[in-house]
Structure formats: C-alpha cells, structure tokens
Design a protein. Sequence first.
Length: 267
Amino acid sequence: MIFISFMLGFAILFLIFMVKEAFTNRILNHELSFSEFPESFNPVTIFFISDIHRREISDYVITEALGKADMVIIGGDLTEHKVPFQRVRKNIEKLTTIAPVYFVWGNNDYEVDTKLLHSMLLDLGVTVLRNTATSFESREGDFFHLVGIDDVGTERDCLNDALLAAKKEGFRLLVSHNPEIIDKIIPEHNIHFVLSGHTHGGQIRIFGYGPYEKGGIKKIANTILFVSNGYGTTALPLRLGAKAETHLITIKHSAKNNQLLRKSTLS
C-alpha cells in the first residue's frame, strides 16, 4: 500500500513537471554572424515564435520582447482544429505590438477555415509569405530577402516560386514551418539561413530520445538551419526534455562566417 501510494505520488509530480515544461515561457537569445550579411543592415533582430497551437501567448513573453526586435516571424502552426478564433486573434494582436509581423503556413493551420484565418492575418497587418518573398533595401543598395514557403509536409511548398520573388544578390533568410525543406535546398539557391519549427523538439523525450531531434542550430552545406522546439504542444499538453521556447535572433555581419552564440532567459 505504501509503495502504491509512493508511485502514485511520484506519477502526479512527474505529470506536473511535464505540464510545467509545456507551459514555460522562455525567450532564448541568439547571435549569428554571416560574412554574406550586408554591413549596412547590421544588425537585424527577429522575434521568432513557432507552433503556438492552442496556447495563449504570455504577457511576459511580449513584455520581454518589446523594444528588442525589428520584426516578428510566426513559423507556422499558429492554430489548429477547435482553437477559438478569438484566441488566435488575441495572439496576433499581442505579436503586432512588438514589431511588423510575418507569417508562413504550417500543416495544422490547414485544419481551420483558411480563408477566415488569412483574412484575419491581413486585417491585423500581418504579411503572409506563401511561396513568395519580401525584400528590404538599405540606403547603400544592399538587399535582405525574407523568403517564406508554404508547408512542405502537405506538399504545398514551391521553393522556386518563392525564390523568384527575391533578387539574386543579397542575404536570403528562408522561413519554412517544416525543416525538411533543407533537403530541397541546393547551393545555387544562395539561401544563407533557414528558420523552422514543426518538430516540437520531439515534445516528449524518453532518456533523451524522441520522435524528432531536439531543436537547435546546425550547419548543413552552406546553410545554417535553425529549428525551434516551439511554443505550444500538439495532442497532449505535455513536454519532457524539450521545453517550450521562443527566440530573439540577432543577425550580424562578420568577416568570419557563421559564428554562433546562444544564451537563454527563463521565466
């Protein structure tokens, strides 16, 4: 009886821990330097949030990001089936207080009324990057291209169309909900940096193992791939070994390429 009570108590505490992992509010700060990034833009800071799903974004996260970002990028899965549109709208409104917002579609976004979601995004001033790009030009004539593609997992992506919207010269940042886009990138695309989510870092990792790799930063050929563990959860509101996270990513110019610095700020 004592053993059963002990095990029950342990299970309850473990469950509470997993819920806490899922609903923590973290902003991880990253600095990345690229020799290809124009000095005339130096630096640019992005608030990146992916896989919000059913969560309501904490005011703490918004407050911590205010005044620190030049743009906000939503990396897909802003919502999912049965999430009230009122909650989605509130989340978008919060993000627009930080900086101009850019959005790419994720697989779960297609579980809702996509026309209504698209209309809401436009109504709130969000730029939707669906197989297209938006370009920024400095006074010196340098270009920074923000390229966004539709979801790879649902086969709605068209990388070639997206790249046609970006001029050949300049720094290219590609946003793709699913990191599997990396398999379609070739050197001729001149994509320097990729932002993704989707995997939730495996969400529940047992003894360090999960269905997907834990989020992080890696170099693949000539491209830096950045994968977030994401902010929300899918199926179960639980996490283990892959805490929820958002990001402030600062991109700088450096003569020495791809220097990475990572530190975290916890709630």
